[in-house]
Design a protein. Structure first.
Length: 82
């Protein structure tokens, strides 16, 4: 687990111990880690892949294109768990 993930868990679940926060996150039935992931609008799969070759040199174009591994739909702007 990276520090970023640990901090995110603490932010979401509170407490001082990332492992404890993770434990609570895993036990919570309505908020799974999957809810934090962008989903395919077509099939609700979380198996989105960033398109290779997206240029990084244009800051205003940092929207990454994704495609769904499950149904192969192109996803321009996946939103996480809303
Ligand atoms: Zn899909």
């Amino acid at each position: 687990m990276s520090d970023d993930v640990g901090e995110q868990l603490l932010e979401t679940w509170g407490g001082d111990d990332p492992a404890d926060a993770l434990c609570r996150a895993q036990q919570a039935p309505t908020t799974t880690p999957d809810d934090e992931l962008p989903r395919c609008p077509e099939c609700q799969s979380v198996r989105l892949r960033a398109r290779p070759g997206t240029p990084h040199q244009q800051p205003e174009k940092r929207d990454t294109d994704y495609w769904c591994e499950n149904c192969h739909t192109a996803v321009d702007d996946p939103e996480a768990g809303r």
